[in-house]
Unconditional design. Structure first.
Ligand code: GTP
Length: 392
């Protein structure tokens, strides 16, 4: 629930009721009858990147930009003129210039005599769609849906929200957080103590992401992050066929040595296909297929991992931006598509062995991984100031 303001500015019962009814992940603003913002929730600030004092006293138009559809804006204007409720899906801009799809609900607040005294707006953020976009892409997700993502049928959504263009056929991905924090403990490890935070996915029974944290990361920007997907074969059985365990060990040590950072560990064995399928894929690799074709001959996707939980956990920890420990540029794309701010990439440079060399070069050749194995030294590839969403 949104905390109900005790502020003198939002005193009407109707406005208070509106605020009480909102989910905690919705950003809320209240304007006076002349559409000047008099209240802004913390979540609204967080979602848009503007601080409260940058918002109060302004008109909500500051979220619009060059790609905001004028048809959507005119629907809002008309609803306000007619003093009626409206729900609109439109492209908005955060303070850093990045775009997001906003499901905006505006409700006029009336006094006892029925006069409109203020307007309350609730903002809900959706996944980014590619820009510049074509009509047919407009509502298409920028990345394929996997079974772990939340599909929302655009037809259904468009029954509730006015969208500027009606040719809505593709599915929409709504970024509705679904990863709940469960508990935190201190975990002594061979690499030193870490805070271990457990989460639970609301939709997938048994899917329990964890965050292994060193130092203070909450509310910080440029936090070192390793997004690590489960690899039982190397991490438990010591398989030499891949570099997963080495990368996990390296990341924990790197984060410890840097003083702060986190590993988000996800149960997505075998790039999302599961352990048994991965073992079947290994069998295919013994027959001569590389890591990509082995999946394909089994009718399995190359990579069906989902990073929804990463965005939710970063939001839950109020982490503003991350420096990602990875050699996989697509991981950066996928995280930024979900709205996470990746400010730079830190390569992980590790030696190969006779069993992993083929796998690693296949990943570089077929999956776009950056393969640097000449030296053990890790240097940060900075991409300059926060250019979220346009790193590579
Ligand atoms: N399907 C399949 N999965 C594999 C294979 N080898 C390792 N994995 C899985 O690959 C996942 C790790 O992905 P990688 O492609 O190694 O690396 P990445 O996470 O994409 O990129 P980095 O951030 O650079 O590590 C883990 O879930 C492993 O279980 C394989 O041969 N086939």
């Amino acid at each position: 629930m949104v905390q109900v303001v005790s502020s003198k500015t939002v005193t009407s019962k109707a406005a208070q009721n509106f605020l009480r009814g909102r989910g905690s992940r919705e950003g809320v603003v209240v304007t006076n009858a002349r559409e000047i913002i008099i209240y802004v929730s913390d979540e609204f600030s967080r979602l848009t990147g503007y601080s409260r004092h940058e918002i109060i006293g302004r008109n909500c138009r500051f979220l619009q930009g060059s790609d905001t559809d004028p048809e959507a804006v005119s629907e809002i204007r008309q609803a306000i003129r007619e003093r009626r409720e409206c729900r609109v899906g439109l492209l908005n801009y955060r303070k850093d210039g990045s775009q997001f799809w906003n499901l905006l609900s505006i409700t006029p607040i009336r006094n006892r005599r029925g006069q409109v005294t203020s307007f309350a707006g609730a903002l809900m953020m959706m996944a980014l769609v590619p820009t510049p976009f074509t009509d047919s892409q407009l509502f298409a997700s920028s990345f394929p849906l996997t079974e772990t993502e939340t599909p929302i049928d655009a037809e259904i959504l468009s029954e509730h929200f006015f969208f500027p263009r009606k040719r809505v056929t593709a599915k929409l991905l709504a970024v509705i957080p679904r990863t709940d924090f469960v508990a935190e403990t201190i975990l002594p490890t061979s690499k030193g103590p870490f805070r271990l935070r457990a989460y639970r996915d609301r939709h997938i029974p048994g899917y329990e992401p964890v965050a292994l944290i060193s130092g203070h990361v909450e509310g910080m920007k440029d936090v070192i992050l390793r997004v690590h997907d489960q690899c039982v074969t190397s991490e438990v059985f010591g398989s030499l066929k891949c570099d997963c365990k080495d990368q996990l060990d390296y990341s924990m040590e790197f984060i410890r040595d840097q003083g702060a950072g986190l590993v988000i560990y996800l149960q997505q064995e075998g790039r999302g296909i599961g352990l048994a399928n991965k073992i079947a894929a290994y069998r295919m690799q013994e027959l001569g297929y590389d890591t990509v074709d082995a999946n394909r001959v089994l009718g399995l996707p190359d990579d069906s991992r989902d990073y929804h939980a990463v965005k939710d956990i970063l939001d839950e920890l109020n982490i503003q931006s991350v420096r990602l420990l990875t050699n996989n540029p697509r991981k950066i794309d996928r995280l930024t598509s979900l709205g996470a701010c990746v400010s730079s990439r830190i390569p992980i440079v590790l030696p190969t062995n006779e069993f992993s060399a083929g796998y690693l070069s296949a990943k570089a050749a077929r999956m776009g991984h950056i393969l640097e194995t000449r030296t053990m030294v890790v240097t940060e590839h900075s991409h300059g100031s926060r250019e979220c969403g346009s790193l590579l």
